[in-house]
Design a protein around this ligand. Sequence first.
Ligand code: ADP
Ligand code: MG
Length: 331
Amino acid sequence: ANLVNQIAAGEVIERPASVVKELVENSVDAGATRIAVELREGGKSFISVTDDGHGMGRAELELAVERHATSKLPDDDLVHIGFFGFRGEALPSIGAVGRLSITSRARGSDEAWRIRIEGGVKTGPEPAALSAGTRVELSDLFFAVPARLKFLKSARSEQNAVVEVIERLAMAHPDVAFGLSDDGRTVLRFDAARPDLAEGEDAARLKRLGDVMGRDFADNAVALDVAREGFRLSGFAGLPTLNRATASMQYLFVNGRPVRDRLLQGAIRGAYQDFLARDRHPLVALFIDCPPELVDVNVHPAKAEVRFQDAALVRGLLVGGIRRALDAAGH
Ligand code: ADP
Ligand code: MG
């Protein structure tokens, strides 16, 4: 079974950033309002993710590390996966490539439990101490898979990849506070935006986008919000005068999930082409939302690709939406 898990892990778990992505997505799914990520050596020797989500009871915790155990499958309809990632693969895969411990306390319960997996061998659950939520720790990533260990980069590059993962997830979830430290030093801190403070959802989102993309983006972007045939496109497009960015400053989300997609990036470039000098790149943070059956987000578990049923429609929505917003802003 451990070999199966290691093979599955090879698909999904390539480096510390992949572990952080899976664990933080789980925390978001668990309704966390604060998520703290701690690394050592860029995550190569230690990763922990602590959340204040709904947690797990003893039985649920045992189930969580079984293959294909997911609490998130709605009915038997595989198409309607509204949550992230591959179903029930992440924790066993992570447990196959490092020393994993999961401590959790179900909301409303006064006891916490811990389970450990090392080299695929499970111990526990045993009673533990935790005030709320879930804490997952992973030591010695890939200690059991030397071939993969070799491909890890410097602590600094691994940290940078983790930063990118957290930034993207943080942009999609402005109501959640995120923290990242490495070797005891704070790397990122995003306070939770407070849409309840009469600022509204847009303001909360823009504040978080500013935290990640810079104040000048937040101050020089136009809002867009258009809908067509079940699709909604919202978010912010940087004014052409501001466009100093590289391609990696195009942030795209589909149903709340960060994606990197050639087709969508091409559409964005197309939308800006009349507005931008040749050597400039558009700067955008855009959110596409649609019924789950119109998009396949699981093309590849680790890559952030998507496949739309009607790609031309989405392209048109992007190009039209951005152009009209820039036009309206006088560009
Ligand atoms: P998936 O997220 O696809 O369901 P995972 O292997 O990532 O699969 O997680 C397995 C299960 O463990 C989840 O369905 C969930 O029930 C539980 N779980 C994992 N992480 C957390 C967490 N941080 N808080 C609460 N429950 C969690
Ligand atoms: Mg998961």
